[in-house]
Design a protein around this ligand. Sequence first.
Ligand SMILES: [Zn+2]
Ligand SMILES: [Zn+2]
Length: 468
Amino acid sequence: MGRQPTRKVKSQVATATTTALVETNASINGTSPSGRKSAEGYAKVEVKKTTVSKRKIVQADDDFENDSPAGDETKKPTPKKRRTKAEKEEDNMPLAPRTAISSLKRAMYIGAHVSGAGGVQNSVQNAVNIGANAFALFLKSQRKWANPPLADEAKTQFHAAVKEHGYAAGKHVLPHGSYLVNLAQADKTKADQAYDNFVDDLQRCDALGIRLYNFHPGSTGGDSMEAACSRIAAQLNKSHKATKSVITVLENMCGSGNVVGSRFEELRDIISHVEDKSRVGVCIDTCHAFAAGYDLRSPEAFAETVAKFDEIVGLKYLRAFHLNDSKAPLGSHRDLHANIGTGFLGLRAFHNIMNHESFQNLPMVLETPIDEKGPDGKTVENKQIWTDEIKLLESLIGRDPEDPELLAKATALQAQGADERKKIQDQVDKKTQKDAAAAAKKAAAGKGKAKKKVVDEDSDPECDSCTE
Ligand SMILES: [Zn+2]
Ligand SMILES: [Zn+2]
């Protein structure tokens, strides 16, 4: 795969820029981070005012826009501006050093979904900058069908960068698939388009020495769940034959209705139809699991959820984590990522995860929100948030959960997220009441209409489909 002629690439850059303006929460840079304290147990790194730059800004030489999967259903486009050279240089300064895994009581590789804007090779420095020992990235635009091929120099530089910084690309780098791809698609033309995009990503993984590839299972499109799971498995089987060694990792979802993968049974059913079981795995997103009804908060509830996963899917298939707190309550089926400790999961849930023996050596990726409002009202990305969350999570390893300092931290984080939790809880309560009233009304009107209600729920705009 050679590089496309410059003119072609440029024209696609222009498309990417326009798309970013419309579809992402891209904004400007240059405002100081605020309202976040450094995580306990490590020295806070001084951040200059201009250090926090907007990651989503599409530069002239960008291959694609880069939108972090922060699970925000309410994203609105905001204006953005280009960074100056000085700002770009400051953006490349590490906010904290990476923690040596050997210094941790358990080998937990924690990082975040970083930007690969300007080429996949840039993701490595972006991971270094936030002190990440694992990271996720998009291998191409996640919201466009047409993409230029992986450039040879991007590939060479990626290999050199992971080597230089000591990342095991085969173990701790977890690309995220395109939001457009639905492997459960029944329509032949659309299914082929989805497959082509999917297998192209897997081929990029092979070229980059990446062995884990995370993707959303898909949507039934109104068909039966059983048929959708078989179609996904059939696409996976085909893709495994077309590629060398990459493991296709199914992400659990939080949605209901047409969304595939919010129940462990659905993940099991897909895996059961996969011929080469060594090429398939699961990534648990903590926010999605919780919103789907799997509790992780108390040690008992956590143990029960892990046992359930082991019994239904099998822990041997667990390959990765997305670490997100949840702004929405248990079983609400809403995809709203919260910062660690501020959501309905709370810090104790993450203490459970950080101290679970069998989760060692898996990539654990934050997709928590880092957008903040600057003094001028414009949105800025504050990567210090991820830096702090990584250190906070690492500080939970081997720590007494009743440590007063830790309990105080947990309480402070809960207070920080209180307003947001209340807001979403109110929305969920209202919807529950509305649904109950509608169901009662329909039940009274006759059985035929009550059946129609089940179909309606799938297309309810308030019933969020997980997109992150
Ligand atoms: Zn996720
Ligand atoms: Zn999500």
